[in-house]
Write a protein that binds this ligand. Sequence first.
Ligand code: ATP
Ligand code: MG
Length: 241
Amino acid sequence: RQMVFRLSTGSSALDTLLGGGIESMSITEAFGEFRSGKTQIGLTLCVTAQLPKTQGGGEGKVAYIDTEGTFRPDRIAQIATRFQANPEEVLENILYARAYTVEHQFQLLTLIAAKMTEEPFSLLIVDSIMALFRVDYSGRGELSERQQVLGKMLSRIMKIAEQFNVAVYLTNQVMADPGGGASFVPDPKKPVGGHVLAHASTTRLYLRKGRGEQRVCKIFDSPCLPEAEATFQIGLGGVEE
Ligand code: ATP
Ligand code: MG
């Protein structure tokens, strides 16, 4: 029987908030405004996922679905160096794919599941889960179809998490509420994806900017974790402190 493990985020404060890190066989979702650190957490997890379990790692490869083109190999190399890992090896162990449509995103999950039967993985990242849904189902009256397809995708992701004992890290966007006139004001506390995503995510993290490079993470709506906050930093070595 496989044992559930936890991956370090790189921040001891954040790990403590999460009860030790992000859990395998489970979906962790991070949402928040632009630059709140969603992608930086993902890039840091790409490295920690490969570390020995005694160092908060998962001793496995990483699958990364990028819908926004914000994956940065040079950042991975910097973060690897911080953890005394070999940057080239760390990069080689990341199965990276850029997705351009929802259908493509589905196909990549199938491909990733096939790879996971061959080699040990510890982490699957989708950055971001909703972006392509918002593009491909943007028309009036398409919302219920979008949510139906989203539900199918999330159950496939959950199946991967359980079958291969991997941690899943999803990033998500926040709603832009139409304000007065033509201005759209982002509402940082409203993740998109509705009830379908809310139910699929085991742990939801609400990120916001603090002073300078500081970021604040709050557990959102968890049945088993306290509504506490943690402050972390983004630095050259990724998520820290
Ligand atoms: P978006 O919604 O646009 O995808 P995001 O939540 O994914 O945003 P990130 O890309 O994770 O945001 O965070 C970007 C921020 O990370 C930058 O604004 C900067 O403050 C910080 N950052 C990135 N690289 C470094 C670095 N090398 N050193 C320090 N801080 C950095
Ligand atoms: Mg991002």
